[in-house]
Design a protein around this ligand. Structure first.
Ligand SMILES: [Zn+2]
Length: 368
């Protein structure tokens, strides 16, 4: 089982490199489209790959409820089931158990909850989360943790972080009984630098193939998130991938790459594609807007994606207005391309040593 992170270039705190796995190379900084229910919504896997994605994310919580991890395993694992042969990272389920499920009880052993789908009762512990992720056949397994809600008092943040660190150790022990290529630990500690430091130290004592920064993008806002990212990535090992979970808008990603983050995931490009929002260099376009009704130009003249090459804004507007499925499909495809092109631009800029200028140029256009 290969899992090797090679940093090819650094520019300030930004890094560019590759993660080598048996299922392919993950170029970093990387953006992972979210494949919640064994599908990147409205896209076929071949089109996700053609957009430039090296890895996608699968959600443990959704897949354990439907169709069930054991069923996916009997059907040959998640890669085979969904026809995606490249790397998959699975989250631990913790975040969604606590945000979507009706939380029944959280205790040291794990979390009891009711399914948001049918009200059925479930229990997830660090050990069960790792087992589910192994049944799915994940390449990058995430430690089970509690995503500390925001805002949190210092006492709440400390207790939550320490619980997550005990769960991280239990996740590691369970993982080593049946290892996959990689298990990532998740740093918590809310907005408190000393708690982030303690969390990083505890994770490094246990030892992981990569490290995530959790508990951000939970409503604190970009300025507060960047305050934490001013120090949090540097508390983690320099030679391991750093993954900022659930982020984000293009400007969030640019700012986080400048601060040393290597991996991202977010529903934004795909969800926006289903709500008539298209990402372009100057921000987002609402394709419902009547101003697009007779615009025969592409969504984004600079975008190399098949949608911009073949369809007009007027047609996309028509599809959205008439509620045609193809509208969501095409906007999603363009948005996934847009994000992957942003990542390629960031990788190239780090290698060229001008990531600060690249970031400034992109942020200025977004701010217009
Ligand atoms: Zn496009």
């Amino acid at each position: 089982m290969t899992f090797q992170f090679n940093i090819h270039a650094t520019d300030g705190r930004a890094r560019s490199g590759e993660i080598l796995t048996d299922r392919g190379v993950i170029r970093t900084p990387a953006f992972m489209p979210v494949g919640t229910a064994a599908t990147v919504k409205a896209m076929k896997p071949g089109d996700v790959r053609a957009a430039g994605a090296d890895i996608i994310l699968g959600n443990t919580y959704h897949l354990m409820l439907r169709p069930g991890a054991e069923r996916v395993a009997r059907l040959g694992g998640l890669h085979h089931f969904m026809n995606w042969d490249r790397p998959i990272l699975t989250d631990s389920g913790g975040y969604q158990v606590m945000s979507l499920g009706a939380l029944v009880k959280m205790k040291e052993e794990g979390v009891s909850f009711q399914s948001h789908v049918d009200g059925s009762k479930h229990f997830v512990s660090p050990e069960r989360s790792i087992e589910i992720q192994r049944l799915l056949g994940s390449d990058i397994v995430m430690a089970f943790d509690e995503c500390t809600p925001f805002p949190a008092t210092r006492e709440r943040a400390e207790a939550s972080m320490r619980l997550s660190m005990r769960w991280a150790k239990r996740s590691r022990d369970a993982f080593l009984l049946d290892p996959a290529p990689a298990l990532f630990g998740i740093q918590q500690g809310s907005m408190f630098e000393d708690l982030r430091r303690e969390s990083a130290e505890k994770l490094m004592e246990t030892g992981f193939e990569g490290y995530a920064i959790g508990g951000l993008a939970v409503g604190e806002g970009q300025a507060a998130m960047f305050e934490v990212l001013d120090y949090a990535p540097d508390l983690l090992p320099a030679d391991k991938p750093r993954y900022l979970m659930g982020v984000g808008k293009p400007s969030d990603i640019i700012g986080a790459v400048l601060r040393g983050v290597d991996m991202f995931d977010c529903v934004l490009p795909t969800r926006s594609g289903r709500t008539a929002q298209a990402f372009v260099l100057d921000g987002t376009l609402n394709m419902r807007n009547a101003r697009h009704a007779e615009d025969s130009g592409p969504l984004d003249a600079a975008c190399p994606c098949p949608v911009c090459g073949q369809y007009s804004r007027a047609y996309l507007h028509h599809l959205i207005r008439t509620g045609e499925i193809l509208g969501a499909m095409l906007l999603t495809e363009h948005n996934v391309w847009h994000y992957q092109m942003l990542m390629q631009g960031l990788r190239d800029a780090v290698v060229a040593g001008d990531v600060a200028a690249f970031a400034k140029g992109r942020l200025e256009r977004l701010a217009r």
